[in-house]
Ligand binder design. Structure first.
Ligand SMILES: C[S@@+](CC[C@H](N)C(=O)[O-])C[C@H]1O[C@@H](n2cnc3c(N)ncnc32)[C@H](O)[C@@H]1O
Length: 303
């Protein structure tokens, strides 16, 4: 660690290292990179610290977009102004201000500066993947690449393909994925391409593993989102593994979870497990509300 670091930076470094070191044995390797300093000849670089050390800046994005803060913030200011002329508008101010505060809190809790809950949830997803790391994995709807890059750290021999439609709705792009992979030092094993999850441009059984995080519900050209799951499973080879996280507890989209699992098993999937994400202890109470993490679940298994 450089002696010029501020106390706060030093603490963050220690927090990260401590957090990773106390994680599962399987998760540990992805947290560190080979480098030049430290007793064993390896330099432990917490992933989030890497960009500063290498002169770049990671941008994985936040699942709470800024507009969810700006809009209620602006509406609360407008309703406060209106309350000077029409007192009942104070009630609207209180409501918008609470919404503003909530999303401000949630965005921070998801970010590395807050609880880093977003990164921890991705870690949780991968902790349900049963894979020896040999062969090729596909990340469906990779966004700015956080899950694909985490996978690359966790499995140093694996090659990973990330696909995404990269529409206007999200501030994600192929260029940012490639830059993030470069900063993280895994660009030689990752590739990214534009494609839709509803029609993956790959032959049946092309991948040893498929992963996906919070994407299937977004696929606009699939009315029945279970068909997106089926399409994802199509490209997994026999005996390959998968782990998908999405709004699987949203009945209006996926139906009853038991029926959903029965349907998936009827496609020949073995040992499929269903995990409610919000039951994880690291997720703060206020993020467990139904419109945040409350309806999210993980489905993992073997084809
Ligand atoms: C909530 S973001 C999640 C991104 C990323 N998986 C992550 O964990 O940060 C939803 C992603 O789904 C992508 N998406 C939406 N429709 C898609 C489609 N038809 N095919 C592939 N990706 C799609 C969006 O572009 C966006 O990157």
């Amino acid at each position: 660690m450089s002696p010029q670091r501020t106390k706060e930076e030093k603490k963050r470094w220690q927090d990260y290292a401590g957090e990773r070191l106390t994680g599962s044995a399987r998760a540990a390797p992805r947290a560190f990179r080979a480098g030049s300093r430290s007793a064993g000849g390896l330099r432990f670089i917490p992933i989030r610290e890497a960009p500063r050390l290498q002169g770049g800046e990671l941008h994985y994005g936040n699942w709470v977009p800024m507009k969810l803060i700006y809009i209620p913030g602006l509406l609360s200011l407008l309703s406060l102004a209106a309350a000077f002329f029409f007192l009942p508008a104070l009630a609207a101010f209180c409501l918008f201000f609470l919404v503003f505060l909530y999303f401000l809190y949630a965005r921070r809790a998801f970010s590395p500066r807050g609880g880093d809950v977003q990164d921890k949830i991705l870690g949780l997803v991968l902790s349900h993947l049963d894979w020896n790391g040999e062969g090729q994995a596909l990340d469906i709807g990779c966004g700015n690449g956080p899950l694909a890059i985490k996978l690359a750290h966790q499995y140093p021999e694996a090659r990973i393909v990330g696909i995404d439609y990269w529409g206007a709705r999200w501030d994600y792009s192929k260029a940012v994925c490639e830059r993030n992979a470069r900063i993280e030092g895994v660009e030689d094993r990752l590739s990214f391409e534009k494609a839709s999850a509803s029609r993956l441009p790959f032959e049946d059984g092309s991948f040893g593993v498929a992963v996906s995080n919070l994407v299937f519900h977004e696929v606009a050209d699939a009315r029945d989102k279970r068909e997106v799951i089926r399409e994802a499973l199509r490209v997994v080879k026999k005996g390959g593994h998968f782990v998908f996280q999405d709004l699987f507890l949203l009945k209006s989209m996926y139906g009853d979870p038991d029926e959903l699992m029965a349907t998936i098993r009827s496609w020949g999937i073995k040992g499929a497990e269903f995990v409610r994400t919000s039951e994880s202890a690291f997720i703060p109470f206020w993020l467990k509300l139904p419109f945040m993490v409350g309806r999210i679940a993980i489905i993992a298994g073997e084809k």
